[in-house]
Design a binder for this molecule. Structure first.
Ligand code: FAD
Length: 579
């Protein structure tokens, strides 16, 4: 009852706002069970995102769903109502340009409902369900990747493909692609999904996969939330490694750097032992950057003097690679220690036996010693083999000698590395600032032009955030998905992840960085560098048509089929809602 009252209140506000006439019978017919909130705190939270670029876009109400049915009821109500209102799923709100917002509608807060006001009703979204034999996990669309990881690790399993940061929702990253240093090998996260439950823009709940409703399945993956709200995703798993050897090496020559990166990703078909598990990289255009939020790796005990490395054109490039250990180094070392202790005990027994020989003890001791020696040898050999593989891969690279920075850490700490940086930035008040991020996919054939024009040109020698650069193999991306990539076998992600700071420095201001982003896009256009935006943001119809290129016709057709009233994800500004 309380829910219906809240809903009525929200809808009334909506109707007043958009100036539509109210048919009270329609409200009674809505019958939405889940908690709808018009609490100012909820509304404010749903009106902002990580970018902090668009002014607050307060929705009329926020829903905290506990099930797919809740979401379906709401969308069905929106679809069937005469006055029409929009519905936007919001994961963790880590978009940059208001993609998860909707001013004249309801935001479905998919993440955090477990701890949010949805709890008041005692109903919560389902917890991850791991299928160890089948090696997949079923997760709620709003589940954060960090929680997916925690659940699967209980079964010694983990998803294969990641984002650099784990406090993002499954539905949010699958609506884009979900990329990190594993993508060259496993493809983006959208290439590692078996099945989805999706609520269409008509309020229908569909299960889709390669075999079932396959058009919907492929459209939703990378579909920017346009075709449906993902309420469940079945994600592929692999045995979880326990530790990671994480290595960074530096280059002053761009073509040497990219040649090595491309070589490393070309090994994707090789057995696991003959390739790295993660290949990324970043650009260092000023010395300050080496100690920035993603670079805590270069410890103060090991300061890098960029000037001593003679960067070419003032720019250095850092290759970042990682090798997973499927057996814990620590436990192997422990095993070696235990075996060594046992050997010592055996030795003292041998000595005792020499003074007091008994034949049976002798046989027992002989075989015991044999087993223990084999174990010691085996553990030591195993460690040596792992290290040798890393060493032999490193030997094939042409980085600046003596610029190798290595660390060894638990797998979870490696995956969760950006969160540590987040906590540091939060403590300094540097997290909740505007983020005029620009993410581009650049074709391999033009990456050298991009380097000359952008890293060594437009950026100057000042940036205020990390600039990632790493290549991916296009054949790991399913061309049937809605995600858009350049038309070459290998393309690079260039992520300019800059923060705007109000610290009096012109180059750190929002206006300066935003202008520079525009300049970069203009440069690419004029230089014939056919980039595709990742996490795209456009404001005109023609820009969207150009972005999707030969995928547009299908994208448009499926939108008309699954969300004909353009109710969903209007914050992307691809389609205008029809009332
Ligand atoms: P939101 O911002 O809440 O939503 C994004 C879009 O998806 C919206 O249009 C929304 O309507 C839609 N959506 C949300 N949930 C659903 C759902 N269940 N069903 C259908 N549509 C839905 N991306 C990478 O690929 N790799 C990275 O390494 C990476 N690192 C990042 C680090 C940080 C610090 C940040 C802020 C972002 C990063 N991103 C990265 C980008 C991130 O993947 C996207 O911004 C993603 O959309 C964020 O997920 P979210 O859950 O916050 O989505």
């Amino acid at each position: 009852m309380a829910t219906k009252l809240l809903l009525t209140f929200a809808i009334c506000r909506l109707i007043v706002t958009v100036g539509l006439t109210l048919d009270p019978t329609e409200l009674l017919l809505l019958g939405v069970d889940a908690q709808l909130s018009v609490d100012p705190t909820d509304v404010k939270a749903a009106s902002l995102d990580f970018g902090l670029l668009t002014g607050a876009q307060p929705p009329l109400a926020v829903m905290h769903p506990a099930s797919s049915q809740d979401v379906a009821q709401l969308v069905k109500a929106a679809y069937g109502s005469n006055f029409g209102f929009t519905v936007s799923a919001r994961g963790h709100g880590h978009s940059i340009n208001g993609q998860a917002q909707t001013a004249n509608g309801v935001v479905v807060q998919m993440s955090g409902s477990k701890g949010g006001s949805g709890v008041a009703s005692g109903r919560k979204p389902p917890h991850p369900r791991v299928w160890p034999q089948e090696r997949f996990v079923d997760v709620w669309g709003g589940e954060l990747w960090i929680d997916v990881l925690r659940s699967t690790l209980q079964h010694g399993l983990a998803p294969k493909s990641w984002t650099d940061y784990l406090y993002l929702s499954v539905g949010g990253t699958l609506s884009n692609a979900g990329i990190s240093g594993q993508a060259f090998n496993h493809g983006p996260q959208i290439s590692n999904v078996h099945e989805l439950d999706v609520v269409t823009g008509k309020g229908e709940l569909l299960t889709c996969s390669e075999e079932q409703n396959s058009e919907m399945f492929h459209a939703v993956l990378g579909g920017l939330g346009q075709f449906g709200i993902i309420t469940r995703a079945r994600i592929s798993l692999e045995p979880a490694p326990q530790r990671v050897r994480w290595i960074r090496v530096l280059y002053s020559n761009f073509s040497t750097f990219t040649r090595d990166q491309e070589y490393l990703i070309s090994l994707h078909e090789q057995p696991a032992s003959q390739k790295f598990d993660y290949v990324e990289g970043f650009v260092i255009v000023d010395e300050g950057l080496i100690n920035n939020w993603r670079s805590s790796f270069f410890s103060p005990h090991n300061p890098v003097k960029i000037s001593s490395l003679e960067p070419n054109g003032g720019v250095l490039y850092c290759l970042e690679i990682a090798k997973n250990y499927h057996e814990s180094t620590a436990s192997t070392i422990d095993q070696v220690h235990i075996c060594t202790y046992c050997t010592q005990i055996q030795l003292s027994l041998w000595i005792t036996l020499l003074y007091n020989p008994k034949s049976m003890d002798f046989v027992f001791l002989f075989f015991g010693t044999l087993v223990i020696s084999f174990n010691v040898l085996n553990s030591k050999l195993w460690l040596m083999t792992e290290m040798q593989e890393v060493e032999s891969l490193l030997k094939k690279l042409n980085f600046i000698p003596a610029s190798v920075f290595t660390t060894d850490l638990p797998y979870v700490d490696f995956l969760d590395r950006v969160h540590k940086a987040e906590l540091k930035l939060r403590s300094k008040g540097l997290w909740e600032v505007p983020h005029p991020w620009l993410n581009l996919f650049v074709p391999k054939s033009k990456i050298a032009d991009f380097d000359k024009g952008v890293f060594k040109g437009i950026l100057g020698n000042k940036t205020s955030g990390p600039i990632l650069i790493y290549p991916m193999n296009k054949n790991k991306w399913d061309h049937r998905s809605s995600a858009v990539t350049p038309d070459e076998d290998v393309f690079y992600l260039v992520a300019l992840l800059r923060s705007a700071l109000d610290n009096g420095e012109e180059t750190h201001s929002l206006e300066y960085i935003t202008n520079q982003n525009r300049q970069i896009l203009r440069f690419c256009d004029e230089a014939g560098i056919t980039v595709k935006q990742y996490l795209p943001h456009y404001t005109t119809h023609q820009e969207w048509v150009d972005h999707f290129g030969n995928k547009w016709d299908r994208f448009y057709r499926l939108k008309m089929e699954f969300d004909p009233r353009h109710i969903l994800a209007s914050g992307q500004q691809i389609f205008t809602p029809t009332n």
